[in-house]
Unconditional design. Structure first.
Length: 348
């Protein structure tokens, strides 16, 4: 019987699809596995290369199967899609994964540790709660505006509205409206408390992580962004350069070319949008400070603002910050504000 050397595993909640081939590419196994059967099947299987899409639960299974001695490679779903021959079935996906994982041009997604995933859960949970807080805030403001109760923009105005909702004696709000808005106000207060709790957890993890504290020294990178980068980037060496890292975050222009002519479009916005947003917000804050106090600003930033519109300058600064983050993750050390590479040291 031929030995299976490569397997494509299509992940699912309950029923997994397996497709394996031998050294000559002939199919050796094509079957379904129930969740409880997965580990028993791969434990008995000779050591081989296992490909999976980098999707939900992929990092967990990569750790489990890697512990059995198999070589596990996680692929971005977009790299697998081109190999699906016909239809969209689990069997077709497993076969496509099996073929795509053998192609050297596809870069693997680094497998995250349990600690990194737990740290990211804090960030994802906080983001979800912030979204819910915004929804509740907008709903309370909109409903009360229908009754002519308008509050100023900002936290002070919101607190004034909540005081009206929770105060039964306040005649500005009908009793029926108060009964409808009271659960929203309670949920909003609870959500605000939960956001503070998760933020404190992220800050505590940041203080206990040496790499995260080193990244915080970069201008435009605060504790939140530093913690997110540390938790997200499992293997910075997977990127060939700082530019490749910035491109993976969608901070480089989209290329459109034909007939030997290439034009630059807007940024690609690919990759992790959470990290990209944190870099952009940090760049906005940095450039706003430059505008307020240009006398003490970096000449490069002043020149950037003179050449580019504000938002384009923020993208350029976010791109530069991403490259610095990559350099510190790969090479170690700390950020030096006055550092200049040897090739540019003699330039004024």
């Amino acid at each position: 019987m031929a030995t299976t050397i490569t397997i494509g595993l299509d992940l699912a909640k309950s029923v997994f699809q397996v497709y394996g081939v031998d050294a000559e590419g002939r199919c050796t196994v094509k079957r379904q596995l129930k969740r409880r059967e997965v580990m028993a099947f791969f434990t008995k299987l000779p050591r081989c290369l296992i490909g999976m899409e980098a999707c939900g639960t992929a990092h967990h299974w990569a750790r489990e199967l890697g512990a059995c001695g198999h070589a596990v490679k996680l692929l971005p779903p977009r790299d697998v899609k081109a190999y699906v021959r016909r239809g969209k079935t689990d069997a077709a996906d497993a076969e496509a994964i099996c073929e795509a994982v053998t192609r050297p041009r596809h870069n693997a997604v680094p497998v995250k540790s349990v600690e990194q995933q737990c740290a990211l859960m804090l960030h994802r949970g906080r983001e979800l709660l912030i979204t819910q807080r915004t929804q509740l805030t907008n709903a309370i403001r909109a409903h009360m505006a229908e009754l002519g109760v308008i509050a100023p923009v900002g936290q002070e105005g919101l607190r004034w509205l909540l005081a009206i909702v929770v105060e039964p004696a306040n005649a500005a709000l009908p009793a029926a409206a108060r009964r409808a808005l009271a659960p929203m106000a309670t949920a909003l207060i609870a959500t605000e408390t939960a956001i503070g709790t998760l933020t404190a957890e992220i800050s505590a993890g940041h203080k206990n992580n040496t790499t995260s504290r080193r990244l915080e020294a970069i201008p435009g990178v605060g504790p939140l962004a530093a913690s997110a980068f540390t938790a997200t980037i499992a293997n910075p060496q997977a990127y060939k350069s700082g530019r490749a890292f910035a491109a993976s975050l969608g901070l480089t222009p989209r290329l459109n070319g034909t007939g030997g002519k290439t034009t630059l479009g807007p940024i690609t916005k690919q990759g992790d949008k959470y990290l990209r947003r944190l870099l952009y917000i940090g760049a906005i804050a940095k450039l706003s400070a430059v505008r307020r106090n240009p006398a003490k600003a970096d000449p490069w930033l002043l020149g950037l603002l003179a050449r580019k519109p504000f938002k384009q300058a923020a993208i350029a600064l976010a791109n530069k910050t991403a490259r610095i983050v990559w350099a510190l993750l790969v090479r170690g050390g700390t950020y030096i504000d006055t550092y200049r590479p040897a090739a540019f040291a003699g330039r004024a």
